[in-house]
Design a protein around this ligand. Structure first.
Ligand code: BEZ
Ligand code: FE
Length: 285
């Protein structure tokens, strides 16, 4: 009783100290301490408190089975990358992880080496290949690589085009030497969705919504930690200001331009194309 600004935090903490779940007490306790500390630090006004409630309400209302505005909020505030960082402290030599993003879809087709995943997507043809090994350099045969990306012109994922075909995504399996290879279109930079409260917040904060061009991968092999990462296109103008803070130097790669001619898959192209090579190294589980 009679709680004031000096005693209220301890009172809330005491009331959940004995819930029987030590982790829940720890997590909720820290959340309450930080929330109360935040309010004391900025001396939150009642109007600001109400604006925050309205913002969070609108964020929830924007969510459906295809759109997750809370994850977008987490992404744009650097929370997703911080959760990723504290959960994936990989040993030296292992490929670094980055944000998962909202555009992965279960059930993409399993395709053979050098299959073309681009479908009807516009863009410069691009041939990506490389290996999957463990940290000792041993090739990992039978690793699954899920790949997904935007098209190469508008920067849209297939799920952002109502009624459009599933494309620019597939699952590959590495061969006996741990190799993978596929044809796609070179991705371009694109804005995260801005037609919701998170977009409004970015605008108010003077921030742009763009992500630098990248290809998503998720790689799994028994005995190894599943790796969720991207390969970024070197030279992209948004590398240093990614809206979701996902860029790491080790993931930025040269996409080499080639004139029309023989492509790495053995086909002959009448137009220029690009190639990119990336060797993924999985940490132990
Ligand atoms: C993405 O890379 O697909 C992505 C990540 C975070 C927010 C929006 C998009
Ligand atoms: Fe993406």
């Amino acid at each position: 009783m009679n709680f004031d600004e000096n005693t209220l935090t301890d009172a809330v903490l005491a009331r959940m100290a004995d819930c029987g779940d030590a982790r829940l007490t720890q997590v909720m306790g820290a959340l309450v301490r930080h929330l109360h500390g935040f309010i004391r630090e900025v001396e939150l006004t009642e109007a600001e408190w109400l604006a925050a409630i309205r913002f969070l309400t609108a964020t929830g209302q924007k969510c459906d089975d295809k759109r997750q505005e809370f994850i977008l909020l987490s992404d744009t505030l650097g929370v997703s990358m911080l959760v990723d960082a504290v959960n994936h402290r990989v040993p030296a030599g292992a490929t670094e992880s980055t944000v998962f993003g909202p555009f992965f879809v279960e059930g993409a087709p399993q395709l053979p080496q050098w299959a073309d995943i681009s479908g009807t997507a516009a863009g410069t043809p691009c041939f990506m290949s490389g290996t999957v090994t463990d940290v000792a350099g041993k090739p990992l045969a039978g690793a699954t690589i899920d790949v997904w990306q935007s098209d190469g012109e508008a920067g849209l994922y297939d799920v952002q085009v109502p009624g459009g075909p599933m494309q620019c995504r597939a699952r590959f399996t590495t061969d006996a030497q741990g190799r993978y290879a596929f044809r796609t279109v070179q991705p371009v930079s694109y804005p995260v969705p801005t037609d919701g409260p998170v977009g409004d917040l970015l605008l108010r904060l003077g921030r742009h919504p763009f992500r630098p061009a990248h290809i998503h991968t998720m790689i799994a092999h028994p005995g190894c930690a599943t790796l969720v990462t991207h390969v970024f296109v070197a030279g992209d103008s948004y590398l240093s200001s990614d809206a979701v803070f996902g860029v790491k130097d080790s993931l930025v790669v040269d996409f080499k331009d080639h004139p029309p001619g023989m492509a790495p898959d053995g086909s002959r192209l009448e137009r220029s194309f690009s190639t990119v090579s990336y060797d993924f190294v999985l940490a132990p589980a």
